[in-house]
Design a protein around this ligand. Structure first.
Ligand SMILES: *[C@@H]1O[C@H](CO)[C@@H](O)[C@H](O)[C@H]1NC(C)=O
Ligand SMILES: *[C@@H]1O[C@H](CO)[C@@H](O)[C@H](O)[C@H]1NC(C)=O
Ligand SMILES: *[C@@H]1O[C@H](CO)[C@@H](O)[C@H](O)[C@H]1NC(C)=O
Ligand SMILES: *[C@@H]1O[C@H](CO)[C@@H](O)[C@H](O)[C@H]1NC(C)=O
Ligand SMILES: *[C@@H]1O[C@H](CO)[C@@H](O)[C@H](O)[C@H]1NC(C)=O
Ligand SMILES: *[C@@H]1O[C@H](CO)[C@@H](O)[C@H](O)[C@H]1NC(C)=O
Ligand SMILES: *[C@@H]1O[C@H](CO)[C@@H](O)[C@H](O)[C@H]1NC(C)=O
Length: 473
């Protein structure tokens, strides 16, 4: 096997929605100290009527080179002034937090299957917090750079730097949020972005003029440490009957995921290829769902490549992306002139080309931290609240990968493994450590809130309160 791996993955997500209502802004009275009137979204096509305000548009992060990041911000449904600010990030790298997080998972408006309308999400996380969705880095979704040569430099550090600048410049538009309690949440490859950004905020907070009131981070099925992630993925595939004993033994014997280049061993790459080949038969992001498979979307499966960058000593990567069913509807919706205009993404004439995941960014990713475990240690010492959750039917960043990564921290246990409950059922299990809470979601795939929206909202609420998830029925 050469340096280039080629593996096809299936992406999936199911969402049914319907709603036909056009919303006109209430023109309500604002507190007056915000500098964002141009970004208020007032006539988004197909939007159900709501009582809260939401804003969308660009924030310039580098004037010299012309870099601008696109955000969509939903104030909390009730009492936004009393609720924290939460930044949500999706991964990829190269995937859109608007396309996934906001409109398929936890935002108030989910894109309908006709690509024409939005449906109100009764389990939107803006019931509990002011929710900020960012398309990052440049080149993702509506975000762009006028200096196209910069796309070749994109990596973890570049992304963290721009996201950090984004926050400060966003606070200039929304000064009333400048000192608000702040959290960062997200999933998948954001498992790298989130600790990296949290570390940057923590370091820069030494300068009081730059202080951001970061209180904690929340990570779902997060990529954390390449060696543990690969090891867990293989063990999970074997223990969930996706691969044979023989393939498993080959991998066990020939792959040293902790070495600097496990892929130089041909038996190892062949074994791992076999894992991915078997996953190509099902949905790696949700092993047991077949809802979308039954739909007509099957013919729309996107083919994805994993790529390997020998020069950067990176593991071959599989995009943390998703879905055939829904992504096309989102693409249709966000490429409508009236939608782009309403969201201040374009003037409605000179259109931006929106896609849910930008494959060339994924392929060209120039720098990735092999492990963010050392950053976890630092953030734990800093006293940040760190909660990690895992949908236990995901084969992409499976619960085993997360457990291997977290156990490498060797944290003292403060509350032993036990179920947590939602609506009188065990929703999963959790264990608390000094400085970290780990929880599972029983029967949820990679993007947990898609599968367990009500449970996820309840869990998010526990996280924000800093209280253990409910451990009695
Ligand atoms: C803008 O970006 C370029 C390239 O990343 C960098 O060299 C420069 O310092 C940045 N300018 C500012 C003001 O941050
Ligand atoms: C990028 O270039 C366009 C066209 O010149 C300009 O309108 C826009 O303001 C630039 N973006 C940034 C962030 O400077
Ligand atoms: C929305 O959720 C609330 C509880 O948060 C519930 O009372 C209400 O019935 C739900 N509405 C719909 C349409 O599901
Ligand atoms: C990120 O910012 C730091 C501090 O300004 C700088 O030293 C570093 O070169 C930047 N990294 C990238 C990739 O832009
Ligand atoms: C791969 O690993 C196995 C087990 O360690 C070893 O026997 C074999 O020689 C290795 N192959 C190569 C090409 O390095
Ligand atoms: C939009 O981007 C996609 C790939 O990212 C490309 O295939 C398509 O041709 C582009 N469309 C336009 C109108 O530029
Ligand atoms: C995807 O990223 C590439 C840079 O890797 C950029 O040139 C392109 O415009 C982006 N495509 C879309 C549809 O935004």
């Amino acid at each position: 096997m050469d340096n280039m791996y080629s593996v096809i993955l299936i992406l999936l997500l199911c969402l049914k929605a319907s709603s036909v209502c056009s919303y006109r802004g209430p023109g309500g009275v604002r507190s007056g100290d915000n500098n964002n009137n141009g970004d208020l979204v007032t006539n988004l096509p197909g939007q159900p009527p709501v009582d809260f305000q939401h804003y969308a548009g660009y924030v310039t992060v580098n004037e010299t080179n012309g870099r601008a990041l696109f955000y969509w911000f939903y104030e909390a449904i009730t009492k936004p002034q009393d609720k924290p600010l939460v930044l949500w990030l999706n991964g990829g790298p190269g995937c859109s937090s608007v396309g996934y997080g906001a409109t398929q998972e936890i935002g108030p408006f989910l894109v309908d299957t006709d690509g024409e309308n939005l449906k109100f999400n009764n389990f939107s996380w803006n019931k509990e917090a002011n929710m900020l969705f960012l398309e990052s880095p440049v080149g993702v979704g509506f975000s762009y750079s006028n200096t196209t040569s910069e796309y070749a430099q994109l990596g973890d550090d570049f992304t963290a730097n721009d996201t950090y600048t984004f926050l400060h410049n966003w606070f200039l538009k929304f000064p009333s949020y400048r000192t608000r309690t702040f959290y960062i949440a997200g999933e998948s490859y954001a498992g790298k972005y989130i600790p990296e950004l949290a570390e940057l905020i923590h370091d820069r907070n030494k300068d009081p003029s730059l202080h951001i009131d970061l209180k904690g981070i929340l990570l779902g099925n997060p990529e954390t440490s390449d060696a543990e992630d690969w090891s867990g993925m293989v063990d999970y595939a074997w223990s969930h009957a996706v691969i044979s004993d023989e393939t498993y033994q080959t991998i066990k014997a020939s792959c040293d995921f902790y070495s600097s280049d496990p892929w130089s061993n041909k038996s190892c790459t062949q074994g791992v290829d076999e894992v991915l080949k078997q996953y190509n038969e099902i949905d790696i992001y949700s092993l047991y769902t077949s809802v979308c498979f039954a739909s007509t979307a099957r013919s729309n499966y996107q083919l994805m490549q994993t790529v390997m960058h020998p020069s950067f000593k990176m593991m071959p990567r599989i995009m943390g992306g998703y879905d055939p069913c829904l992504d096309n509807y989102a693409k249709t919706f966000y490429n409508r002139p009236d939608v782009q205009k309403a969201l201040h993404a374009s003037d409605g004439h000179n259109m931006r080309n929106w896609s849910i995941c930008n494959h060339s960014i994924f392929k060209g990713w120039a720098q990735s931290k092999p492990s963010v475990i050392p950053i976890y240690r630092k953030l734990i010492s800093a006293g940040l609240r760190i909660w990690v959750y895992s949908g236990d039917t995901d084969g992409r960043v499976p619960v085993l990968s997360t457990r291997y990564s977290l156990s490498s921290l060797r944290l003292p246990i403060t509350k032993r493994w036990r179920p947590w409950y939602h609506q009188k059922e065990a929703s999963g299990w959790y264990q608390e450590y000094e400085g970290l809470t780990f929880a599972t979601f029983r029967g949820a795939g990679h993007a947990v809130p898609c599968f367990k929206p009500s449970n996820s909202l309840a869990f998010f609420s526990s996280f924000l309160r800093g209280e253990s998830p409910p451990s009695t029925k």
